[in-house]
Design a protein around this ligand. Structure first.
Ligand code: EPZ
Length: 444
C-alpha cells in the first residue's frame, strides 16, 4: 500500500509556491500534431463524483470502500489531505480507496487546504450534520468566475444552522437537537449546493425537500451511495429530491461512475484526429446532449458490449452551435473541448456559456494557434480554419488546458502546453492514454 510520502503527486507543491526543484505540475506537454488515434482508452472514475463521495464518508464512523476511484488526480490528493487533517484514516491503491471517519479530531477545514480546490466546501454539510458544528474556509473566487457559496449557506440556515462569516471562515453550528429537515428552494441550479444539502439532510430530523435541485449523474451516484449507507432518498435525477433524515448511517462499498467529461474529451480527440477509438468503461447514457451535438458535427459514437466506439463519419467536421446548461443540457465542462473541435470545422459554430462568467480563457490561446474565434459577451463565434499551427500555450483551468491539448493533436508542428498542473487535477495519465493510441505526445 503506497503511503502519501511515497506518492510524488501527493507531496507536490502548487505552482504558486517557490521551490528549487521544479514540482511535476510545472512540467510541460509537447505534442506534434497530425496523427489519427487508433486503439483503446480506459476511462477513469468521475472526479466530480469521487470528491463528493469522499466527503460523504464523514457522515459515518464505519469504513467506506470505494472502487474505480481516480486516486492519482491532484484534486483527489487535495481531498485526501483535507480529510486526513480532519482525522480520517485513508488508504488507496490503484483505483481502490478506503476511508474511515470514526476518529474526527477537528471540525475545521483550513484555508491552506481549501484554497487548492473548491470541492472541499463539500465537507461543510456532512460535518455539520454529524457533529453539529463546522468551520470551513471560504473557497474564494477562481479562474472561471467568482463562484459564491451563498446557496450552500442559506440552505443550511434553513435547516436551523447558525452561520457566521468571520476572517474568511464559515462558522456553522447546528441547533441543540441537530439539523432540522426543511423545504429548500434553490434560486439557481447548483451542483455543489445540491450535494452539500443532500448530505446534510440525510442525518437531519424529519424530512427535507430540495427543489430546483441539480440532476447531474454525479449527484445521482452520490445519492445512490448514500442510500447504501442507509439514507432515505427519493427523486434522484429529478429537480425535486426528498430526504427523510435517519439517526445514523453505515459504511458501504461503492464503485464510482465513469467520468463523462473525460469520456467526452476523448470522443472529441478521436473525432478531431479522424481515427477510431474504443473507450472502455464509459457510460453513453450520461452523455446524450453532448453526443447529439457531436453527431451533428459528424462524429459517430456506437456502443459495443459496454464500450464506446468513436469514429469520424465525414472528412471535415461541421460547425455546430452549443449553449451550456445544467444537466441534462450541454455541460460547461465540455465547452472548451467542443470549441477546440470547432476551430477546424467546415463553417462556423456559436458557443454560449451560461454557467460561469469567465470561461473563455482558452480563446486567446487557441487564436494564437491560428484559430478564428471572436468573443462577444458570453458567446463566442468560432469560424473554422484550414488547419491550426503548433505554438507555446498556457491555460488557467482544467478544461481550458485540455482544449489546448486537443488543438495540439491536430495542429501542424509542435505545440507546448505549459503548466500541466491543471491537467493533472482532472485527467489521469493523459499523456499515457493519448500516447498509447498513437498521439505524438510527451512530458517535457
Ligand atoms: C461543479 O462545480 C463542478 N465541480 C464543476 O466542475 C462544474 O463546472 C460545475 O459543477 C457545473 O457543472 C465539482 O463538482 C467539484 P455550481 P460547482 O454550484 O458545484 C453559481 C471541472 O472542470 N453558484 O453548479 O461549484 C456558480 O457561481 C469543474 O471539473 C452561486 O451563485 O458549480 C455558477 O455560476 C469546474 N451560489 C453556478 O451557480 C452558490 O452558492 C453553477 O455552479 C453556488 C453556485
Amino acid at each position: 500500500m503506497p503511503t502519501e510520502a511515497e506518492n510524488t503527486w501527493d507531496n507536490a507543491e502548487s505552482p504558486s509556491q517557490s521551490s528549487s526543484t521544479k514540482p511535476s505540475g510545472l512540467d510541460k506537454i509537447k505534442i506534434i500534431g497530425g496523427n489519427p488515434l487508433y486503439g483503446t482508452i480506459p476511462i477513469s472514475g468521475a472526479k466530480n463524483c469521487a470528491l463528493k463521495l469522499m466527503c460523504a464518508s464523514l457522515l459515518t464512523g464505519e469504513t467506506m470502500y470505494f472502487e474505480n476511484s481516480p486516486n492519482s488526480l491532484r484534486d483527489m490528493n487535495s481531498q485526501r489531505e483535507l480529510l486526513r487533517y480532519l482525522g480520517c484514516k485513508i488508504e488507496h491503491e490503484g483505483a481502490a480507496l478506503t476511508i474511515n471517519a470514526d476518529n474526527i479530531e477537528t471540525y475545521t477545514a483550513p484555508y491552506d487546504i481549501v484554497r487548492k480546490m473548491r470541492g472541499s466546501i463539500l465537507v461543510l454539510g456532512p460535518l455539520l450534520a454529524r457533529f453539529g458544528e463546522a468551520k470551513v474556509s471560504l473557497p474564494g473566487g477562481c479562474a472561471i468566475g467568482t463562484r459564491p457559496v451563498d446557496m450552500h449557506i442559506n440552505g443550511l440556515e434553513e435547516m436551523g444552522a447558525t452561520i457566521t462569516l468571520d476572517e474568511g471562515y464559515i462558522n456553522a453550528k447546528a441547533p441543540a437537537g441537530g439539523l432540522q429537515g426543511a423545504k429548500i428552494l434553490f434560486p439557481k441550479v447548483s451542483v455543489g449546493a445540491t450535494e452539500n444539502l443532500l448530505m446534510a439532510a440525510t442525518l437531519a430530523n424529519g424530512t427535507s425537500t430540495l427543489a430546483n435541485a441539480a440532476r447531474e449523474p454525479e449527484i445521482v451516484d452520490l445519492g445512490q451511495c448514500l442510500i447504501k449507507m442507509g439514507a432515505k432518498i427519493t427523486g434522484l435525477g429529478t429537480d425535486t429530491i426528498r430526504v427523510e433524515g435517519v439517526k445514523a448511517l453505515n459504511g458501504t462499498q461503492h464503485s464510482v461512475i465513469p467520468d463523462r467529461i473525460e469520456t467526452g474529451t476523448y470522443i472529441i480527440a478521436a473525432g478531431m484526429t479522424g481515427g477510431t477509438v474504443t473507450l472502455k468503461n464509459a457510460r453513453i447514457d450520461t452523455l446524450s446532449s453532448v453526443l447529439g451535438h457531436l453527431s451533428q458535427a459528424g462524429i459517430e459514437v456506437t456502443q459495443n458490449n459496454g464500450d464506446l466506439v468513436v469514429s469520424r463519419e465525414i472528412e471535415r467536421l461541421r460547425g455546430v452551435d452549443i449553449m451550456t446548461e445544467p444537466y441534462p443540457g450541454f455541460p460547461t465542462d465540455m465547452q472548451a473541448q467542443f470549441m477546440a473541435m470547432l476551430t477546424g470545422a467546415d463553417g462556423a459554430g456559436m458557443v454560449t456559456e451560461t454557467i460561469f462568467e469567465n470561461r473563455f480563457m482558452h480563446v486567446p490561446e487557441l487564436n494564437r494557434m491560428g484559430a478564428d474565434i471572436t468573443v462577444q459577451g458570453n458567446s463566442a463565434i468560432v469560424r473554422g480554419v484550414n488547419g491550426l499551427k503548433g505554438a507555446e500555450v498556457m491555460a488557467t483551468d482544467l478544461r481550458a488546458s485540455v482544449s489546448l491539448v486537443l488543438a495540439g493533436l491536430v495542429a501542424k508542428g509542435e505545440t507546448t502546453v505549459n503548466r500541466i498542473y491543471h491537467l493533472e487535477r482532472g485527467y489521469e495519465d493523459i499523456v499515457g492514454k493519448l500516447g498509447r493510441v498513437g498521439a505524438n505526445v510527451r512530458k517535457a
